[in-house]
Write a protein that binds this ligand. Structure first.
Ligand SMILES: [Zn+2]
Length: 180
């Protein structure tokens, strides 16, 4: 957060947004290998586009841009991490409701990823493995993993456990609910 004082809105959103250092890691490892200059770019994996170094996910606007401008293909910061297999988080979800409310669950995961990416384009889901009442999600930021866990807890209650690995830049998030 820039500035001396945080606004109330910022303070209230801290728990959702995470801390600035989580969102914008300074580690050089995480700098995109594909440098984006001042031009216009489109992510070849997820279709997001970049203008003036800001990333957007808006298909209507993208279509207009494609018509009017030349877009260079690249990877957005999150998809670049996926490409380089840089995972920072693992979420394990366990509950019969994963199967019983499959559509709601998938929509919640996608929606959480979309909102997180909007706040920090380094955040993407890299992999989702589903095995009956268990799901394993790999994320490119610790913060996105936490956010998915917290979102499940908020929507479905159950148990939530966050296990940061101290030496590595990695977090494991466990959420479970016995009943469906
Ligand atoms: Zn992308």
């Amino acid at each position: 957060m820039r500035g001396q004082t945080r606004s109330r809105v910022q303070q209230e959103r801290m728990s959702v947004l995470g801390h600035t250092h989580d969102r914008f890691p300074e580690d050089r490892r995480f700098e995109s290998k594909e440098k984006q200059g001042a031009g216009k770019y489109v992510c070849r994996r997820c279709g997001a586009f970049c203008q003036e170094k800001h990333w957007y996910m808006d298909n209507d606007q993208l279509k207009q841009l494609v018509r009017k401008n030349h877009l260079t293909e690249t990877l957005c910061p999150g998809c670049d991490r996926i490409d380089r297999r840089l995972w920072e988080g693992e979420v394990i979800l366990e509950s019969p409701l994963l199967e019983e409310q499959k559509d709601t669950v998938m929509a919640l995961i996608k929606h959480t990823e979309g909102k997180a990416w909007h706040d920090n384009p380094h955040s993407r889901i890299a992999e989702v493995e589903t095995n009956k009442g268990r799901m394993r999600i790999l994320t490119t930021t610790k913060w996105l993993a936490q956010r998915i866990g917290k979102q499940f807890y908020k929507s479905f209650k159950g148990e939530l456990e966050l296990k940061p690995a101290h030496r590595e830049k990695f977090i494991r998030v466990y959420w479970s609910r016995k009943e469906g």
